[in-house]
Design a protein around this ligand. Structure first.
Ligand SMILES: C[S@@+](CC[C@H](N)C(=O)[O-])C[C@H]1O[C@@H](n2cnc3c(N)ncnc32)[C@H](O)[C@@H]1O
Length: 292
């Protein structure tokens, strides 16, 4: 199928609205890029993060009447003054195939692999988690997830109760079960993430060991291990909730933290914990330790 895309220079104020206009025109998908062409990581609860200078990209079927799209957009109040756009014909290729080609099995530590279902499992004797990209965050390709997977892989989880706080696709919880955990509690504010986690657990044959809850519905429990890949601000704000779910001497890892945010998160937790050395991967870090 052939595609055409329109790239529109936007601002922090109007990017979200422009995205809605593109969807009104029948865009198959809308993406935000900042001026450095870095896709949005994850908006905090109830908010869409946008940069001061954002490019909004609308993807259309090549048969779309782009002049009609441009006419519609140019009449909108946000664009009537300055409408800076570029239309690009995308090379005609098998996009689905290309998208699938981008996902490969990835190894974490000595024995853990995350494998897309359409790929051959490289080592059937290893700890293999089958996981396809879906609506919920977490395929292992993002450094924040990778930092947590490596940490889980380094532990002896045999028989342990593990909390996956901000479970997304359920990747961390499922990996924990496959690494020996007896029970995993997944918590997420997004009901779609809870559904995705259960689907993925089922595909991996471990659904009977995974429970998932919205934060307001979670039962009382104390876990041996906690992994939380959310963002620095909620990790700071929720430190008493996060540590409150962990037994004394329980191990925890916090991720979703940019290098420059590491100290601000570590400072909040060090009062209640023995912290490990901070682990870095690219611009992201993991803060981990043992609760006092
Ligand atoms: C970066 S994703 C992590 C997904 C997966 N655990 C991973 O490591 O790839 C963050 C997840 O945390 C959830 N989340 C964000 N804030 C949260 C909060 N305050 N409580 C629970 N979940 C939260 C989001 O809905 C999202 O699914």
């Amino acid at each position: 199928m052939a595609w055409i895309q329109i790239r529109i220079n936007a601002t922090k104020q109007n990017a979200d609205q422009i995205s809605d206009y593109l969807m009104d025109c029948g865009s198959a998908s809308v993406t935000f890029l900042d001026t450095n062409n870095t896709p949005i990581y994850e908006p905090p609860i109830g908010e869409v993060i946008l940069w001061a200078d954002t490019t909004v990209i609308g993807l259309f079927d090549a048969s779309e009447d782009m002049q009609a799209v441009v006419d519609y957009l140019s009449e909108q109040p946000e664009l009537v003054q300055t409408f800076d756009y570029k239309i690009e014909q995308l090379e005609d290729k098998d996009w689905e195939r290309e998208w699938m080609d981008n996902f490969h099995p990835i190894k974490f530590g000595e024995r853990l692999w995350i494998c897309p279902s359409w790929r051959e499992i490289p080592d059937p004797t290893a700890v293999n988690v089958l996981l396809d990209p879906g609506l919920a965050f977490g395929t292992g390709t993002h450094a924040t997830t990778a930092l947590c997977l490596e940490w889980l892989e380094s532990l002896d989880l045999t028989g342990k109760t593990v909390v996956d706080f901000g479970c997304g696709s359920g990747i961390l919880g499922i990996a924990a079960i496959k690494l020996g955990a007896a029970r995993v509690i997944g918590i997420d504010i997004d009901p779609q993430a809870l559904e995705a986690s259960l689907d993925n657990a089922q595909r991996n044959g471990v659904a009977h060991q995974l429970e998932v809850y919205l934060p307001q519905d979670q039962p009382e429990f104390m876990a041996d291990v906690m992994v939380a890949n959310i963002l620095a601000a909620p990790l700071r704000e929720l430190h008493s909730v996060i540590l409150g779910l962990l037994k004394p001497q329980g191990a925890f890892a916090l991720s979703g933290i940019l290098v420059e945010q590491a100290d601000s998160v570590a400072n909040v937790y060090q009062e209640y914990c023995q912290l490990d050395a901070i682990a870095e991967q690219g611009e992201w870090v993991r803060v981990s330790g043992i609760k006092n």
